[in-house]
Design a protein. Structure first.
Length: 519
């Protein structure tokens, strides 16, 4: 049976070490995360000395409060800010200040407060707050300075500042500043440079789950300033539900205006009378005063914009898969696992060996001696206790949707099942050779590791692409962490996990040869 204390102890030791390793590359700007990680390690060590059987719960609680919740909350706040929901982002950071009371969080909170004031019409007070924050030694200082230009409508000043503080290639220390850079280029009519800058940084943004929201918020800017009304309507009303309705109207109107459609001016004038957002009213006034006609894009950049339109129309990017919550195959697999778990309870309990045997637990002797090969598949949908089920379901929920969105539902199901069967077959083969002593195995973790292996197989075919190389490194880290956990947990089958990964890798190498990686 899985030991929850052991699992939490493993997390409480490993996660802070990963945080320390990553924070060491950023120096003083990540000092607060270093302190939080060291605190979690200290609490875990003291708990282990006092009560080893409860140390995991103490360390896991510290990890949850000091590392997990602040990290998830900060990411969510950044996503809210990227769609200009400053109030919700500020309130979330206000809560995080109690868990992560650092100058950086406080400064970000103040910048969002300044933006809220500007939106409410108190421009002078907003600028005072931002100017004060711009003098601090935090990451929020750059945002405060850049947003000050934006509130004043000084797009030339903002562009000059961006060119001096954002690297010409890559994402820089704070990729969210790219949104202001893209906006300044569009407002000044530099559409060719906007297309180049957006396309050049898109692969790096999409390579990281943390930065996908920046791509999602930057794409409407590109489409609007290039006058692609149909594409931006499809994007804003069906994909980006987080953006406020008046902001959606503004960008649709901007796209019409830039395309020379008279409806754009009428829509902007109507929106100016309805919106309560002072910043938006100022933007509308500036848009109406400026000219709509701009030189056409050069052919290469026109092709770039059309490529983004085409990808959006064909739903080829998995960028928006998380918005749907869960993909069909992943939902079906999780539902089937849950149904089988209820059946286990009906037959005598999820930890009852007789019930598991009757329902199809993997027993190498039964497979080889009695020819019960159906167990290779049936065991993938059985679990030993509720914790086992929840862990595998969560792992599939996190890892599965992006792969399914990239290769399609049918191929994903084929990949999942083949990797799972390969996992079971690997365990049987190793048992036959005397290399493992597994007598009864259940669980979907081998198939889930097959999903990781399939990603690796797909990425290996495109390893020359920087984005693919970075993801391969992340996959190698996942496999290393899983192997370390398997070695420290006798109840977990490393043979099943490695066999599943290897099977998924082979399937991934075959399932979509030569096709481009879809971020």
């Amino acid at each position: 049976m899985l030991d929850l204390n052991h699992i939490l102890l493993f997390i409480a030791c490993l996660s802070p070490l990963v945080v320390l390793a990553r924070a060491s590359r950023h120096g003083a700007r990540k000092r607060s995360w270093q302190l939080a990680a060291l605190t979690v390690l200290l609490i875990t060590a003291l708990a282990f000395l006092i009560a080893p059987q409860k140390a995991g719960f103490a360390g896991g609680g510290a990890w949850l409060l000091l590392l997990f919740l602040p990290a998830v909350g900060s990411r969510k706040a950044a996503e809210l800010a990227s769609v200009e929901r400053y109030g919700a982002a500020r309130r979330l950071l206000g809560f995080l200040r109690f868990l992560h009371p650092t100058a950086a969080v406080g400064a970000e909170h103040s910048v969002l407060r300044g933006l809220e004031m500007a939106r409410a019409g108190d421009r002078e007070r907003a600028l005072q707050i931002l100017q004060a924050m711009g003098r601090t030694e935090t990451r929020a200082a750059d945002h405060a300075i850049a947003q000050s230009f934006r509130i004043r409508g000084d797009w030339n000043g903002l562009l000059t500042w961006c060119r001096g503080n954002i690297p010409r290639v890559g994402l820089g220390e704070d990729p969210s500043l790219l949104l202001l850079y893209f906006r300044a280029l569009g407002e000044l009519g530099l559409r060719d440079e906007l297309a180049l800058q957006f396309a050049g940084r898109a692969p790096a943004l999409l390579a990281s789950p943390v930065h996908k929201s920046i791509f999602a918020s930057g794409l409407p800017l590109l489409l609007a300033f290039c006058g692609r009304t149909a594409a931006i309507e499809r994007l804003l009303w069906t994909r980006l539900g987080g953006l406020r309705s008046d902001a959606k109207e503004f960008w649709i109107a901007t796209s019409e205006f830039k395309a020379g459609n008279p409806a754009g001016r009428a829509r902007l004038e109507d929106l100016r009378t309805k919106t309560t957002d002072a910043l938006l009213r100022a933007d509308i006034a500036e848009r109406l005063e400026g000219g709509a006609s701009e030189p056409p894009l050069i052919p290469a950049n026109e092709a770039t914009v059309r490529r983004f339109e085409r990808n959006l129309a064909e739903r080829r990017s998995s960028l928006f898969a998380p918005r749907a919550g869960i993909t069909p195959a992943v939902l079906a697999i999780i539902a089937l696992n849950a149904a089988m778990f209820l059946l286990e309870i009906r037959f005598g309990g999820s930890q009852d060996a007789i019930a598991l045997h009757r329902l199809g637990a993997l027993e190498p002797a039964a497979v080889l001696a009695l020819g019960q090969y159906w167990r290779l598949l049936a065991a993938l949908f059985l679990h030993y206790g509720a914790l086992h089920l929840m862990m595998n379901a969560y792992a599939l929920y996190v890892l599965g949707p992006s792969l399914e969105a990239s290769i399609g539902t049918v191929r994903f199901l084929l990949c999942y099942l083949l990797a799972g069967i390969g996992s079971s077959a690997g365990v049987v083969a190793l048992w036959r050779l005397g290399l493992t002593q597994a007598d009864l195995l259940v669980g979907a973790s081998g198939a889930v590791m097959g999903v990781v292996g399939a990603w690796a197989g797909l990425l290996l075919g495109h390893r020359h692409v920087p984005m693919a190389r970075r993801r391969l490194i992340n996959i190698a880290i996942i496999v290393a962490i899983q192997s370390a956990f398997d070695l420290s947990t006798p109840q977990v089958s490393m043979a099943a996990h490695l066999s599943g990964f290897a099977s998924g890798l082979l399937v991934g190498l075959v399932i979509a040869p030569g096709r481009p990686i879809r971020a």
